[in-house]
Ligand binder design. Structure first.
Ligand code: PGA
Length: 237
């Protein structure tokens, strides 16, 4: 059986390196005890490469974004090769917080291709904005453009309803399993995670479903105690 996946999306936290290293240490300690979960830490770029150089043998690392060009004059951007040569293995692409800032499906498509071409495993985030109607249509539209010409065999997808992110109101495992079915019809039989207000109280309900390959955790991943509990739960699910 494949290990269930736990992705920690630290977003724009913490504000200094000492805290970032403590967060990573704490997760690494738990990973040493709980070997049945695949844990991927995604710190902000400024902490990411330092941590990945030092600790890539203890835990996996992912970036929160990447640029679509391999090299060139692109002020402020980070290339996929910079990440892979720093021991980073994964990259979140298309997070709704980036889509809100103007990232389009066409840009996401280019980022997925660039990540794959440089040996990174992309974690594509998709999800409907509003609770209720039209989920199948919205997911299909997003996936059609995001995955156009992309070999999805080496991809992870995170189903993240936007209304559930950072709100404390998670989707139900039942509805998530339905969404996983919709996504797999388009993307194939690849690992599909759930993300959106995952915490230590609900993580077990998601990962106990065989259809759900793991969880993408935002807010609760920068709380050392909460994140330790989540790894424990996922590892023992
Ligand atoms: P959240 O964030 O767990 O704080 O809702 C999830 C995410 O980063 O997508």
């Amino acid at each position: 059986m494949n290990k269930k996946i736990v992705i920690a999306n630290w977003k724009m936290h913490p504000q200094n390196y000492a805290e970032a290293e403590q967060l990573a240490f704490s997760a690494i300690e738990t990973v040493k005890e709980q070997k049945n979960a695949k844990v991927i830490l995604c710190p902000p770029f400024v902490w990411l490469t330092d941590l990945s150089h030092k600790y890539k043998n203890d835990v996996s690392f992912g970036a929160q974004d990447v640029f679509w060009e391999d090299r060139g004059a692109y002020t402020g951007e980070i290339s996929p090769q910079m990440l892979s040569s720093s021991g980073v293995k994964y990259v979140i692409v298309g997070h709704s917080e980036r889509r809100t800032l103007g990232e389009t499906d066409e840009m996401i498509n280019k980022k997925l291709k660039a990540a794959l071409r440089n040996g990174l495993i992309p974690v594509l985030a998709v999800g409907e904005k509003d609770k209720g109607n039209g989920r199948e249509e919205i997911l299909s539209l997003q996936l059609k453009t995001d995955l156009d010409g992309v070999d999805s065999g080496n991809l992870i997808i995170a189903y993240e309803p936007v209304w559930a992110i950072g709100t404390g109101e998670a989707e139900t495992p039942e509805h998530t399993v339905e969404a996983v079915g919709i996504i797999k019809k388009i993307a194939g039989d690849i690992p599909i995670l759930y993300g959106g207000s995952v915490d230590s109280r609900n993580a077990g309900d998601f990962v106990s479903r065989p259809e759900i390959a793991g969880v993408l955790v935002g807010g609760a991943s920068v709380d050392k105690g909460e994140f330790k509990k989540i790894i424990d739960i996922v590892s023992n699910a």
